[in-house]
Design a protein around this ligand. Structure first.
Ligand SMILES: Cc1ncc(C[n+]2csc(CCOP(=O)(O)OP(=O)(O)O)c2C)c(N)n1
Ligand SMILES: [Mg+2]
Length: 804
């Protein structure tokens, strides 16, 4: 049965000290004033958008009281009071983020990159090494999509289970103390309608992990009331079946009112104990929560809430109820509470003003420098008047932002384009310095900039004994994974069918029996939380390999991969990392949902991750070895049709490494460069034999990784020799083949070495029809390649290569 934690008649039962109660009241008031002031800042034009935690203060203070060092939060934009309460956010930092202050000192969560109310602690030192997470209270970095926090919440809790169950991890004391850490989630009532919520909640129940999920139920999701969101209008009501009992494992579920201080404290005390000690997930449905200022600065709630509702919200504002409780129990007098309220307001204002000062001073200084430089350049310019008027106008900007400054400089330089260099030299060099600073402010840390960057991992050549046995490709992977499991206790693999049978293609065959269930593990069918399980575990120092059984099913997880994992390092400006390896298999599958080739979609949505497309299992294993030496998240797409093909077993399976971003020439030729990857490499090799008989000698380049792409610009060197190029893959036309073309023709300037139009060869725009004929008529075949290449040769020399 759902346990309803109630507290009746505002009578004080629990003995929290007067000091504690009043300090809670002060914190709640400070947070409330921060919300009230934040909204005004937006309306005054000092910030772009604001979303605040007013109405949710009391529950968050109760939750924070039971949050310990080493614990992790995964929550959403209402949690400012919680972050203040655990000491991981100051009001000044809160406002710095509202203003988008681009300094990590000012806004430690994101260096001004995230909208306000997106919280994060810094798990990493500046050099990319881990801090001791057991000496701090931790928050994963928030994302905006509703319920997007749920997948990684599961993983954060799962890590505790791993640390508790896996003997090999006991020495990792900077991440865990025997798995006693709780992962605390928060979510809005309306967001519980998302699939990710249900998937994560079910998975946590199955896995029995220490996760406490709080639902801040204010009855609305923007303007839409609960009756439109949830069957029976109550999430705890419909999830009653999760409740554990004497015979079955499950959840503890509490329902508690958001204005009931003591009930909240009791609920969270119990929740923390049950989750921490028993590793049982707990749900705390916090009802009767209000939204004093409505949803966000984008609108007002008077438009959609009834008069009665608004009146009720006024009466049951948690701060007013808390005040009543303190008065009725004689904890403080009205005057004392008024005094605290005034001090809280003054403190919030002081901190807000300091944040604004710090933010605007940085820009004002830049503005002053720019005005002076534009003016002095203008004095010597042939276009004195225009240039000086740009400076004049810039100097008068109200609440200037960086764009005002930089845009004025650029325009001044346009005007002075015909002036001598020395007239504008100082302005130009200042602008160049600013460009570098702005690159760091707005565009750094998409990938690791530390010693652990994959770019720093050097290639180690694969070696074969003379008598190297020919084995199935999957056995090469199996040997690689066996070695990783043996040598690195942080490494673990999970996914659908990965455990008992060792994945559907048996690269993990026998490894669960050898290393145990907590290292090689079956999961239920739930792609997005498989990824979340990996992100959370990686955020806590582990090296998970999360498997998506077939590439086409990655769509379920794409949002989390794109919005959360790929952007993590960037959006925290290097404050967090989740070196998750996502393993999957694709290319050359058959059928509408087994095409295995939406590579452009991945390339375009996963910037921030590495994208590896090995042509065989030997290369794949070398990439896994590289990834395990670095700290960046990666997606590795193995060739589905390659597991049973014969490869030589490497002699140095644990040591060799494939450097990322290094294409390999797999066949040399003089007539045309063919750039491809994955299973198309084999198609190209077959086509090369046919073309050779026609007197055409193709050079085949396997790019090996699409992100990064040919970091040393080696492909253009091949084109300098052949003067022709074809980019080929199994994606849609204009998909990854167009990306490769842009990289080589534009970035590497291959254009200047081409004698023929650069060409692409891709699959048809539709998904492939089923079976071998469907494949033949949908995806590029050997025949298609031969005709495409021959056509290019015909264009350049019709006499030698007459039309077929
Ligand atoms: C996936 C997604 N869809 C829509 C939005 C826009 N949006 C932002 S907040 C919100 C309402 C969320 O309501 P609830 O979960 O109850 O949280 P509350 O804001 O009420 O605390 C919506 C629809 C979003 N952020 N993400
Ligand atoms: Mg809501």
């Amino acid at each position: 049965m759902t346990k309803v934690a109630t507290f009746s008649k505002n009578k004080r039962k629990k003995t929290l000290s007067k000091q504690q109660l009043l300090s809670d009241y002060r914190l709640a008031m400070e947070s409330r004033h921060a919300s009230l002031m934040g909204r005004k800042e937006v309306f005054m034009g000092k910030a772009k958008f604001g979303i605040f935690g007013d109405g949710k203060e009391l529950a968050q203070i109760a939750m924070a009281r039971h949050f310990q060092d080493g614990d992790f939060r995964a929550g959403y934009y209402r949690d400012q009071t919680f972050m203040f309460a655990i000491g991981q956010l100051t009001i000044r930092e809160y406002f710095a983020q509202l203003y988008a202050h681009t300094s990590v000192e000012a806004d430690p969560a994101s260096g001004g990159r995230l909208m306000n109310g997106h919280f994060a602690t810094r798990s990493l030192n500046d050099d990319g090494t881990w801090k001791n997470l057991m000496e701090m209270k931790n928050s994963s970095a928030d994302i905006s999509p509703t319920a997007g926090q749920m997948p990684k919440l599961l993983g954060l809790a799962y890590a505790s289970k791993l640390y508790r169950d896996n003997e090999g991890l006991k020495s990792m004391t900077q991440f865990s103390n025997n798995g006693n850490e709780v992962a605390w989630g928060t979510i809005g009532n309306a967001s519980t309608s998302e699939g990710m919520f249900f998937e994560a909640v079910n998975a946590a129940g199955v896995l029995q992990v220490p996760m406490v999920i709080s639902i801040w139920d204010d009855g609305y999701g923007i303007s839409v009331p609960n009756e439109y969101h949830t069957t029976k209008g109550s999430i705890s009501e419909i999830l009653k079946g999760l409740q554990r009992n004497d015979d079955e494992k499950g959840y503890e579920i509490f329902v508690v009112k958001g204005w009931d201080y003591e009930a909240l404290d009791r609920a969270y005390e119990n929740a923390a104990r049950i989750a921490r000690e028993e590793h049982v997930p707990v749900m705390v449905h916090v009802v009767e929560v209000t939204q004093p200022q409505g949803h966000s600065t984008s609108g007002s709630h008077e438009r959609y809430k009834s008069k009665e509702r608004l009146e009720w919200e006024k009466e049951f504002d948690c701060l007013d109820q808390f005040r009543k409780y303190l008065l009725e129990n004689g904890v403080a007098t009205a005057e004392e509470l008024d005094q605290i309220g005034q001090e809280a307001k003054a403190y919030a204002k002081k901190e807000k003003d300091a944040a604004w000062q710090a933010f605007s001073n940085d820009i004002k200084n830049e503005l002053k420098e720019a005005v002076d430089l534009i003016k002095s350049a203008g004095a010597k310019s042939q276009h004195k008047q225009v240039v000086e008027s740009i400076a004049e106008e810039l100097s008068k900007t109200l609440n200037p932002i960086r764009k005002d400054v930089i845009s004025s400089v650029r325009r001044a330089l346009w005007v002075m384009r015909t002036d001598a260099e020395d007239v504008k030299a100082d302005l130009k060099s200042w602008y160049e310095i600013q460009q570098e600073l702005n690159e760091d402010r707005y565009s750094s840390h998409l990938y690791s900039q530390s010693e652990f960057s994959s770019a720093k991992v050097k290639a180690v050549a694969v070696e074969f004994d003379e008598e190297a046995p020919l084995v199935d490709g999957r056995e090469v992977l199996q040997a690689c994974f066996d070695n990783l499991l043996e040598t690195d206790p942080r490494f673990l693999a999970f996914g659908e069918d990965v455990g008992k049978i060792g994945d559907v293609n048996q690269a993990f065959a026998g490894l669960q029996a050898k290393y145990g269930e907590s290292r090689v593990t079956d999961t239920s069918i739930r792609e997005v939380t498989i990824i979340g399980q990996g992100i959370g575990a990686a955020l806590r120092g582990l090296r998970p390999m999360a498997e998506i059984q077939y590439l086409d099913y990655i769509h379920y997880a794409l949002m989390t991969l794109s919005d959360d994992l790929a952007s993590l390092h960037y959006r925290t400006k290097g404050g967090q990392k989740a070196p998750l390896i996502v393993r999957t298999r694709g290319h050359r599958l058959e059928g509408v949902w087994h095409a295995g080739s939406p590579i452009g979609m991945l390339l375009h949505s996963l910037r921030g991750m590495l994208l590896c497309v090995p042509r065989n299992m030997t290369q794949a294993a070398g990439m896994y070895n590289t990834l395990m030496q670095s700290d960046e998240p990666a997606l590795v797409i193995e060739c589905l049709n390659g597991y049973r093909l014969k490869e030589k077993m490497p002699a140095n399976i644990g040591e060799y490494k494939v450097a990322l971003g290094q294409p390999e020439i797999i066949r040399e030729g003089d007539d045309i460069t063919v750039v491809t990857y994955g299973s198309m490499c084999r198609i190209m090799e077959e086509a090369a034999v046919e073309l050779a008989q026609m007197g055409i000698d193709i050079e085949i380049i396997d790019v090996q990784t699409l992100l990064p792409f040919d970091v040393d610009h080696s492909i253009v060197e091949s084109i300098k020799k052949t003067n022709r190029v074809l980019f080929a893959d199994e994606d849609v036309p204009g998909g990854a083949s167009a990306y490769m073309m842009q990289q080589v023709v534009e970035e590497q300037k291959a254009y200047y070495h081409l004698d023929a139009e650069p060409a692409t060869l891709a699959a048809n725009a539709h998904r492939p029809a089923y079976s071998s004929d469907g494949d033949y008529f949908s995806k590029p075949s050997v025949d298609d390649v031969v005709e495409k290449v021959y056509g290019i040769m015909h264009e350049s020399n019709p006499d030698k290569f007459p039309a077929i």
